[in-house]
Design a protein around this ligand. Structure first.
Ligand code: ADP
Ligand code: LRH
Length: 490
């Protein structure tokens, strides 16, 4: 029986899932899970990339110790971040975290010299201050020595794949997230690269999800005492893999990939690059098999994660289920935030920021973990309604419900409230969407599954999906009107 490995690195944790196809069903086993804590050094927030590589090797070792023969592997991770490789083939510096402040104010300066319509017209990508394009512009502004030494640009999974195989390739889904890739011309955009003063030689050939991109190199197989196996490029942007795994049986569906971020939208065959998409700040991220993700980023459970971290620092340790329980006990609809207010983007005392937002908007100020978590979760659910309505407006589609995937579906209160807020059913599952999407792309490449639609049917047959029906519609409609008013989204 053949087993394959999917590494899925989220902004909060990473995991190695072992997948097997047994009698037409997918069976997964979590071999390894590890935290992905960024590291603050002075003013800089960085990823611990070498530790992540170490954890990837630990996953392979665990497979070996269990006597499992792994057939192939793929890696997906959060988008936009990257490392540079120097002329000697070594990583230059440590990749910055997209929440690092080196990009503060850079996007505004870039769009003063290259207009928003030009950037959006060339890339179809939403304006987020941490997009790779602004990270690189920030290095340029700071005259970073990295740019003088840079030889090749690799995004996080490209980089880890390079460490494993010794081969350098840029994968398509992640390449689009940089806001430097032109999805119509199907290449890195030479004009944007030129206008920013970057070097086109950094950006290599772009491989599609499902391409075999090397074998484990000798240094890895010798160190671990394992045979060399093929490494595949999957939809290496985790959201791309998550959308592959949405168990939708209908062609037109809405999804919410719910983890550190909440990514909501629909799948399209062609990027939607028009004035409305730009004005609504939707994105067209490249996916597997010629699909695009027409979606919007919503700040997501990051606000809750950071609140939990803050309470922990103060000696109050809560698990996520405990926090959800406290929210359930707290009074309903007493205050709302716009989760996408820039206030919440950077790390820092999140409970204080939630309070500050409520105070500034003249609302009752939540003052306990329960009331703060309730405010965060209700506001997220209401923001989902807002973005779902925009997705319908932009795509011209009407959705009968919402598919939710990702770790956030363990939060059953959020799933129920999301259904209440949108007034439609929510179908929640699978939780490990990104890792499962990663697995099926490898199986399609190996001829074990025929295409993405067969894969989605098999996923639907293999993993439980919990259906939530909308409740308390009048109360949620009233809350939505209040939410739009206090957040200024009306
Ligand atoms: P990422 O891949 O972006 O790191 P995940 O998809 O793993 O994120 O989702 C992590 C989030 O899922 C956490 O921030 C937390 O809010 C939520 N979560 C995970 N487990 C539970 C649980 N048992 N109860 C409630 N929420 C949970
Ligand atoms: C989710 C995600 C999202 C990006 C963000 C940087 O993990 O990949 O799609 O916008 O991280």
């Amino acid at each position: 029986m053949s087993s394959i490995l999917a590494y899925d690195l989220g902004a909060s944790s990473g995991r190695a899932l072992l997948g097997r196809l047994i009698d037409g069903k997918i069976v997964v086993e979590e071999l390894h899970r590890f935290p992905n804590d960024p590291v603050q050094v002075g003013d800089r927030l960085q990823w611990d990339i070498l530790r992540l590589f170490h954890e990837i090797k630990q996953g392979l070792l665990k497979a070996k110790h269990q006597g499992i023969t792994v057939q192939s592997l793929g890696i997906d991770s959060w988008a936009v971040d990257y490392g540079f490789i120097g002329k000697n083939g070594e990583l230059l510096g440590n990749p910055y975290h997209y929440r690092d402040r080196h990009t503060d104010g850079v996007m505004q300066r870039v769009v003063e010299s290259i207009t928003e319509s030009e950037i959006f017209g060339r890339t179809g990508i939403q304006f987020l201050p941490f997009n790779t394009i602004y990270q690189l512009a920030a290095l340029k502004e700071a005259d970073s020595p990295l740019l003088r030494e840079a030889h090749r640009f690799l995004m996080i999974p490209d980089l880890l794949r390079y460490f494993l195989t010794g081969e350098m390739h840029n994968e398509f889904s992640n390449a689009t997230s940089t806001q430097l890739y032109n999805p119509v011309d199907n290449r890195w955009d030479p004009e944007l690269i030129r206008k920013l003063g970057l070097s086109s030689s950094w950006f290599g050939d772009v491989v599609r999800p499902g391409t075999k991109v090397g074998q484990l190199r000798e240094s890895v197989t010798e160190e671990l005492g394992i045979p060399s196996i093929p490494v595949y490029a999957v939809a290496e942007h985790d959201t791309g893999s998550a959308v592959v795994a949405v168990p939708a049986l209908e062609r037109s569906f809405a999804y919410l990939s719910c983890g550190t971020w909440s990514l909501m939208g629909t799948e399209v065959e062609q990027p939607v690059i028009n004035e409305l998409a730009q004005q609504l700040n939707f994105t067209n991220e490249g996916g597997a098999y010629g699909t695009f993700r027409l979606l919007k980023n919503i700040m997501g459970l990051w606000i809750l994660q950071e609140s939990r971290r803050e309470w922990e620092k103060a000696g109050m340790t809560y698990s996520f289920p405990e926090l959800v329980g406290l929210a359930d006990q707290a009074p309903a609809f007493s205050a709302f935030i716009d989760p996408d207010d820039p206030l919440f983007l950077h790390p820092g005392d999140m409970p204080a920021k939630v309070k500050q937002y409520c105070r500034n908007t003249g609302q009752q100020v939540p003052d306990s973990p329960g009331t703060i978590v309730r405010c965060i979760l209700e506001s997220l659910a209401l923001k989902y309604r807002y973005v779902l309505e925009l997705t319908e407006q932009l795509s011209g589609k009407r959705f009968s419900g919402l598919h939710m995937v990702g770790g956030g579906i363990h939060n059953t209160l959020l799933c129920q409230w999301s259904s209440n807020a949108i007034g439609k059913p929510v179908w929640a599952g699978p939780a490990e969407g990104s890792a499962i999407g990663n697995l099926v792309v490898q199986w399609i490449a190996q001829g074990e599954l025929s295409d993405i639609w067969e894969a989605r049917r098999v996923i639907a047959d293999s993993f439980p999906v919990t259906a939530y029906e909308p409740e308390q519609s009048d109360a949620w409609d009233a809350a939505y009107r209040e939410f739009l008013k206090v957040t200024g989204l009306a």
